[in-house]
Design a protein around this ligand. Structure first.
Ligand code: SAM
Length: 238
C-alpha cells in the first residue's frame, strides 16, 4: 500500500513515521508513506497556502490551487488514489472503515487546517472522514489515527496476526478481553487462576466470556445488533 499525505505541517509526522510498528513497516518497505508539504505546490514568491474566506468571518481557508496541483502532480503516474479529507463533519472513522481502507492499493489523505479547505477541493475527494465529535486544529492527528489503524491491518505489518483477531472490534465487533502478564500476584491482586492453568480450551472460553461480558456492559448496542443478525451462538446468549 502507498499513502500520500498532503499537509501544511509535514514535520508533525516525523516521529510517527519513524517509531514503532509503523516506522518498522515503512523502513522495511512493507508500506510506503509519503508526506508532502502543500506549500511546495504553490507558485507565488511567498508560497501562500491560505486566504481569507469569501463572505467574511474569522480565520483563513486553505486555497484550492496548491492542493489541486499536488493532486495532479502525484497522480500523474500509477494507480489513482482513494482520497480522504479530514473533516469534523465527515463520516465517523471506525474499525470497519479501517478494514475497508486497508484493502485499497493507494490512499491520499488531505489534511485540513485553519477554518478548513476551500469547498472545491471536495471534487477530488472520495470520502470525508472525522475521528470524533470534537474540533482539532488540523487534520494531521486524524491522518495519523487513520494511517495507524489502517496500516496495522496490512499483512506483514504486525508480527503476530493473532493479536489482530483478539483485538476489540475484530471478532464480530466485540470488545477485547483483559490481559495480564507476570508477576502472578502484584500488590495483592491475583491473575485469574484459569490463565495460569495452561488449559488452552478453558482459557479461550474464559476470554470469550470476558469479551462478551465487557461488550454487554460497555457497548450493549453491539450485542443487540449481533442478536438481531443471529450472530451469537446459543451458548453465548446464555
Ligand atoms: N471550520 C471547521 C468546522 O466548522 O468544523 C473546523 C476546522 S478545524 C479548526 C481545522 C481542520 O482540522 C479541519 O478542516 C479538519 O481537517 C481538521 N479536523 C479538526 N477536527 C477534526 C476531526 N474531529 N476529525 C477530522 N478532522 C478534523
Amino acid at each position: 500500500m502507498r499513502i500520500d499525505v498532503l499537509t501544511v505541517l509535514p514535520g508533525l509526522f516525523d516521529c510517527f513515521l519513524k517509531e514503532g510498528v509503523i516506522g518498522k513497516a515503512i523502513s522495511s518497505g512493507k508500506v510506503e508513506v509519503k508526506v508532502h508539504n502543500i506549500r511546495d505546490f504553490t507558485t507565488d514568491k511567498h508560497r501562500v497556502v491560505d486566504d481569507v474566506p469569501y463572505g467574511g468571518g474569522p480565520g483563513m481557508v486553505l486555497k484550492p490551487e496548491p492542493i489541486f496541483r499536488a493532486y495532479d502532480e502525484l497522480t500523474k503516474e500509477g494507480e489513482k488514489p482513494y482520497v480522504l479529507l479530514t473533516e469534523p463533519w465527515g463520516e465517523k472513522f471506525n474499525q470497519e472503515m479501517a478494514v475497508e481502507l486497508s484493502k485499497k492499493p493507494r490512499l491520499m489523505i488531505i489534511c485540513g487546517r485553519y477554518e478548513g479547505v476551500d469547498e472545491r477541493v471536495k471534487s477530488l475527494v472520495d470520502r470525508e472522514v472525522s475521528i470524533g465529535d470534537y474540533v482539532l486544529t488540523g487534520g494531521e492527528l486524524p491522518a495519523m489515527v487513520i494511517m495507524d489503524a489502517v496500516l496495522r491491518l496490512i499483512p506483514g505489518v504486525l508480527g503476530n496476526l493473532e493479536s489482530l483477531r483478539a483485538d476489540s472490534f475484530s471478532d464480530r465487533g466485540l470488545l477485547g478481553y483483559p490481559n495480564y502478564t507476570r508477576p502472578a500476584e502484584f500488590r495483592g491482586m491475583k491473575v485469574p487462576e484459569v490463565l495460569l492453568s495452561g488449559h488452552h480450551k478453558k482459557i479461550e472460553s474464559w476470554r470469550k466470556e470476558q469479551s462478551l461480558r465487557k461488550t454487554l456492559e460497555r457497548r450493549p448496542e453491539i450485542i443487540e445488533n449481533l442478536k438481531r443478525k443471529g450472530l451469537l451462538t446459543k451458548e453465548e446468549l446464555e
